[in-house]
Design a protein around this ligand. Structure first.
Ligand code: SF4
Ligand code: SF4
Length: 162
């Protein structure tokens, strides 16, 4: 039996994940930053009953399911979309600007909330991604370049000449 919270959150009034801030394909039509989904209308999905299982039915933004996030964080109000992601074995939250640059008060709250709860965060600020969290998380996003040694260089040189 599924227990449904009395105030279960709904997408109603929000189409942010269809509006061209995320990337996906619906029935062969790609949507991506700058290109909304082919099927999105002014009041939502125009093919709701026939929308594809993946990504449309399975996708749920973090606000929809994580009740620790405040009501005002709903994408249609906050103009950011939060999703759970994985880098290697590390879970983190990714927050993407959706319609305008992230509001400074939302950014400040988000960074403080994630730090307080030990949550790794990747957030888009004026179009650029910034990361906050553990050193393991930061390393997973940006693995160090391989160390170049004279021996390795010589081997590479030899191979390229060979
Ligand atoms: S961004 Fe979240 S709340 Fe908005 S339509 Fe998509 S899943 Fe629903
Ligand atoms: S098919 Fe419908 S639910 Fe899926 S991305 Fe397009 S508008 Fe959104």
């Amino acid at each position: 039996m599924k227990i449904i919270p009395i105030n279960e959150r709904q997408c109603a009034g929000c189409t942010k994940c269809c509006d061209g801030w995320l990337t996906g394909v619906a029935h062969g039509h790609q949507f991506r930053p700058g290109r909304p989904c082919h099927y999105v209308g002014t009041s939502g999905c125009t093919i709701y009953e026939q929308r594809p299982e993946n990504p449309c039915v399975v996708f749920k933004c973090e606000w929809l399911t994580n009740y620790d996030l405040p009501e005002w964080f709903k994408p249609s109000e906050s103009n950011v979309i939060c999703t759970k992601r994985v880098a290697g074995d590390i879970v983190y939250l990714e927050v993407i600007e959706a319609g305008q640059q992230i509001d400074s008060s939302i950014l400040a709250w988000l960074v403080a909330w994630c730090l307080d709860h030990g949550i790794n965060l990747r957030v888009q600020v004026k179009g650029s991604l910034r990361s906050f969290g553990s050193q393991r998380f930061l390393d997973a996003l940006n693995p160090p370049a391989p160390v170049s040694t004279p021996e390795a260089d010589a081997t590479t040189q030899g191979e390229s000449n060979g």
